[in-house]
Design a protein around this ligand. Structure first.
Ligand code: PBG
Length: 334
């Protein structure tokens, strides 16, 4: 029986939501396993893995087990893996030489992965914090984070990673001029196809807390990173940073953190139309896992919804600790 008092709606937007088939047909954005980059923590040793306390489900793995993880990722169809080293405190200095040691943990892992699973792209992080006695991304002198000296060190670090076989370099340090300097050095060394995914719009965020625990930088950091990472109140500045990094030779750009900064993702994609990535960072992961652990949220559903949100915001891909779990859900048709 039709109600007689209400007029018929002229448009029934519920029609295309009425069945799973129609919902599928009219879905505007989709997540694919090909959108995922998996960040992985590397530690010393052989056949060891240990949990990261503040990131339930995330492990630090020795190089041999990182290779296994890369094999698993390739098998799931994940196109890229991103390496973060947990560096022994004894190797951390004020001058950060370990950052460009060809045999440091990260470079050994790159070589081992490329030897075993050449088809997976290996991404790196370029910043001095894993190697810096005071926990900063740049060289510190008298309490100041020096820009140009840091860029020199970062170029050395980038070249060691490219020499080890990295496919995607991810400068995450936020120094001025580093993209141009790294690009010039890569060209001069004939590393023409090494790509740069610049952490261009990286905010000084409290959401990185669990990551610093994962890489053993929590106790080391003196002060904060506000003189180089972005002010969370800014949006125009993200556009200026991305324009600058593209002009210096970045191939792809990143917004970081992810979910609290989806407005920036959308603006970047609309403004530049370049390959745009977001990093769903450690704190975002930890928040979801904490709620899931308490039985307050449905883990699989929240994971997939949070990742789809990045696609809707215009991102081409997402760095996420959920990558293997999401890949398995996608494979199962979820
Ligand atoms: C290093 C770096 C950080 C993250 C990625 N690269 C930490 C920081 O800038 O302090 C954070 C990633 C995460 O929280 O998942 N500069």
């Amino acid at each position: 029986m039709r109600p007689t008092l209400a007029p018929f709606p002229t448009t029934r937007l519920r029609r295309t939501r009425a069945s799973a088939a129609l919902r599928d047909l009219t879905q505007e954005n989709r997540l694919s396993v090909k959108d995922l980059i998996w960040p992985v923590f590397v530690r010393d040793g052989d056949n060891v893995e240990e949990p990261v306390a503040s990131m339930p489900g995330v492990l630090r793995r020795s190089v041999d087990l990182v290779v296994k993880a890369a094999e698993e990722a390739a098998e799931l169809g994940i196109p890229a893996i991103c390496l973060f080293p947990y560096t022994d405190p004894s190797l951390k200095t004020e001058t950060c030489e370990e950052a460009w040691n060809p045999d440091n943990l990260s470079n050994r892992a790159i070589r081992a992965i490329k030897a075993a699973v050449p088809e997976i792209a290996v991404m790196t992080d370029i910043a001095l914090d894993p190697y810096n006695a005071n926990g900063h991304d740049g060289i510190v002198r008298n309490g100041e984070i020096l820009n140009d000296e840091s860029v020199e060190a970062l170029v050395r670090m980038a070249m060691a990673q490219a020499d080890a076989g990295a496919d995607i370099l991810g400068p995450s340090d936020m120094m001025d001029g580093r993209i141009g300097a790294i690009r010039a050095a890569l060209e001069a060394a004939d590393h023409r196809n090494v790509t740069i995914l610049s952490y261009s719009a990286k905010y000084a965020s409290a959401f990185y807390g669990p990551f610093r625990d994962a890489v053993g930088a929590t106790g080391a950091l003196q002060g904060d990173k506000k003189t180089y990472q972005m002010n969370p109140g800014n949006s125009d500045e993200a556009i200026r940073l991305i324009e600058r990094d593209l002009s210096e030779g970045a191939d792809m750009v990143m917004v970081k953190p992810g979910l609290p900064y989806l407005d920036i993702c959308r603006r970047v994609k609309d403004t530049f139309g370049v390959p745009t990535y977001a990093y769903q960072v450690s704190g975002e992961y930890a928040m979801i896992q904490a709620a899931v652990g308490n039985g307050w949220l449905d883990g699989d559903k929240v994971m997939m919804e949070s990742l789809l949100a990045f696609k809707r915001a215009g991102c081409d891909g997402i760095l996420t600790y959920f990558a293997p779990a999401a890949a398995r859900m996608l494979r199962a048709g979820g």
